[in-house]
Design a binder for this molecule. Sequence first.
Ligand code: IPE
Ligand code: IPE
Ligand code: MG
Length: 249
Amino acid sequence: MTAIIKQGNVAVPRHVAIIMDGNGRWAQSRFLPRAEGHRRGVESVRRTIEAAAKCGVPFLSLFAFSSENWRRPPEEVNALMKLFATALKREAKHMLANGVRMRVAGDLTAFSEDIQQSIAESEAMTASCDRMVLTICANYGGRWDIVEAMRKMVKAHPDVAEHPERITEAMVSEHMAFDWAPEVDLMIRTGGEQRISNFILWQAAYAELYVTRTLWPDFREEDFMGAIEWFNDRERRFGMTGDQVRANK
Ligand code: IPE
Ligand code: IPE
Ligand code: MG
């Protein structure tokens, strides 16, 4: 439950997850193609990684492409794939220079060989970076993650098929994605929608949810800091009463 790190008077969440939404609306309001919004969104990604590393967040997870986003028009999916491939190649060097370790969570089998190779290269290139772990969630879905974890768990513990009562939360957790990170403390969504859209479910069971109307391409360091400040005013009770929490401080 000590999900925070103290930096002076500021409590820094250990794991921040962001639903980067609003690229399409940003572009459409300017009569630009949606792909232009995604392109500008990559700049917000870079700024946000820098902001999070600067304020000492150890784990940052970004929702880049959901398991449902394949339902978009093929031109938009293609544009997103191209952008993903070029951004991976270009940003890996920045991450290395900033001490950021990059990992990817999601069903990668759906991506082209080229993208899968770029992912493997970026992960390998930044493997020894220890300032912050950035997880890019690509073809990720919270439900996919839970089902995958179940499959892996049953494989690792074949006895549970006969004895389901032996299944524990810890056994499931062990096989979920992000096994390198603590649970999500703060989930940010840009673009104003108040929904989770099948992002991290299991590992965000007790995350604080921060929604801003700011569209992702407009998201700046000060917006990130605003979310951290808001997080600082939350009382995380984890099922207890406020009095109990304050007595334990
Ligand atoms: C988020 O922006 C990026 C992805 C889902 C890849 P959107 O493209 O969903 O932007 P809006 O919600 O249509 O404005
Ligand atoms: C969630 O945004 C996915 C990402 C940010 C990658 P969407 O724009 O796909 O979410 P919905 O469909 O509006 O819920
Ligand atoms: Mg959207």
